[in-house]
Design a protein around this ligand. Structure first.
Ligand SMILES: O=C([O-])C(=O)C[C@H](O)[C@@H](O)C(=O)[O-]
Ligand SMILES: [Mg+2]
Length: 416
């Protein structure tokens, strides 16, 4: 085989459009940040990766780019160890270091697949499903980003969703455009009774379809128990109602439905206390911080051993991440729930050539081409990088953006 050594890791920060989606921290800004990786091998093969953006993550990926040169792309354990060692003196959190090693691992696997002419899912043990089910990600949202500092208002074709009727309408659009058959509502925005009413309205509009509610730790233990009790028989699971493993364990004692998390169990060392305290029943995996696709596959086996069900977390992302999520989800036998994805909110600005990844009937077919099976659109990458440079935006600040419109807005977690 031609040389499998890494010649260069090209790290490109980008910014792309994001609607005014509300959450327990404030509201999404008009731009979201990601970082695209191109791992170039000695023979010219290029592996793609995608990481959440922001100045700190960018700096760490630049540090990683220095240490991976000359390493063998098949030696992913050594590549991760080299990056981890380089970051350790300045980044004490293993979870934080995981964001960097994960993004590089995906690029390595894409390159490996291209060298071998096999899809990434084959490198993970093969697929157990040909397509992966995703859940619609419903948000309370404004009709548009209001005009600000001389910038005109920015609208979209989703409309406003600030009450149960608006949420049901958004779910109908999600169903019509992408065929979703399960729905997750991002809560923690309005008083709990309003969000309970929105879930009940969804249950009425979509009888029998799985529903989830995720207020991102906006509630106290008492409020969480109240909501869980009110929504008995309506939710498939309740996600991160309250903060921390002990708090979740308190809620779980009385909760009629399983509790899920992508907030209190985000690193390997959290698994033991969470299992011992029976704090969660569903883990939302996310290859972006669990160490990459192979570690996510291993995490699934650990969850199986401890009787935890599996789902998948998502954040604002583009097609390289969606391809990676799809490959790993296709290779996990015990995927018990449809995966989350923000993709419909951001796909108009994707950096990959269209055609391979499509959300149809609420599912994405596992790409069968070599590697991740997606191709980078270099013009689009350049355009989104330019937007990043011109925007001056270097980190996400949902709370600060909210305060531009509501100066007295306070970030309070729990709020209710
Ligand atoms: O808990 C979750 O599902 C998320 O963290 C998803 C995203 O962060 C979402 O809440 C957002 O971007 O507003
Ligand atoms: Mg969540």
């Amino acid at each position: 085989m031609s040389s499998t050594r890494i010649r260069e890791l090209i790290v490109t920060p980008i910014a792309f459009g994001d609607p005014p989606l509300l959450n327990s921290n404030g509201v999404h800004e008009p731009l979201a940040l990601r970082i695209v990786l191109q791992l170039v091998l000695e023979d010219g093969t290029v592996g793609l990766g995608e990481s959440p953006g922001g100045a700190a993550r960018l700096e760490r990926l630049h540090a990683a780019a220095k240490v991976v040169v000359g390493m063998d792309v098949f030696d992913t354990t050594a590549v991760a160890a080299a990056i981890d060692a380089a970051l350790l003196p300045t980044v004490p959190s293993s979870h934080e270091r995981g964001w960097t090693t994960s993004a590089v691992e995906v690029a390595c696997l894409d390159a490996q697949g291209k060298l071998l002419g096999r899809p990434v899912s084959d490198l993970l043990g093969g697929t157990v499903r040909d397509s992966v089910p995703f859940a619609a990600y419903l948000f309370y949202k404004w009709a548009e980003h209001p005009a600000l500092d001389g910038r005109a208002a920015i609208g979209d074709d989703w409309g406003e969703a600030l009450d149960p009727a608006g949420i049901v309408e958004q779910a109908r659009l999600m169903r019509e455009r992408y065929g979703f058959r399960s729905f997750k509502l991002k809560g923690g925005v309005f008083p709990p009774d309003e969000e309970i009413a929105a879930i009940r309205a969804l249950a009425e509009a979509f009888p029998g379809q799985p529903l989830r509610l995720d207020p991102n730790v906006a509630w106290t233990v008492e409020t969480s128990k109240y909501v869980a009790c009110e929504l008995d028989g309506v939710l498939e699971y309740l996600e991160d109602p309250t903060k921390g493993i002990p708090g979740m364990a308190e809620v779980a004692k009385d909760s009629p439905m399983p509790l899920a998390t992508n907030m209190c169990v985000i690193a390997w060392e959290h698994l033991k206390p969470a299992v011992e305290q029976d704090a969660i029943q569903v883990l939302l995996t996310d290859h972006h911080y669990w160490g990459g696709l192979r570690r996510t596959r291993e995490l699934a086996a650990v969850c199986e051993a401890f009787g935890l069900a599996l789902s998948m977390h998502s954040n604002s992302h583009l097609g390289i991440s969606l391809a990676a999520m799809t490959h790993v989800a296709a290779a996990i036998p015990n995927l018990d729930h449809s995966c989350d994805t923000h993709y419909p909110w951001n796909s108009a600005d994707d950096v990959i050539v269209p055609g391979v990844l499509e959300l149809r009937d609420g599912e994405v077919k596992v790409p069968t081409g070599p590697g991740l099976g997606v191709e980078l659109d270099h013009d689009k990458l350049e355009q989104l990088h330019r937007r990043y440079v011109d925007s001056g935006m270097r980190s996400r600040d949902d709370t600060g953006y909210m305060r531009r419109f509501q100066p007295d807005y306070e970030l309070r977690l729990p709020r209710w």
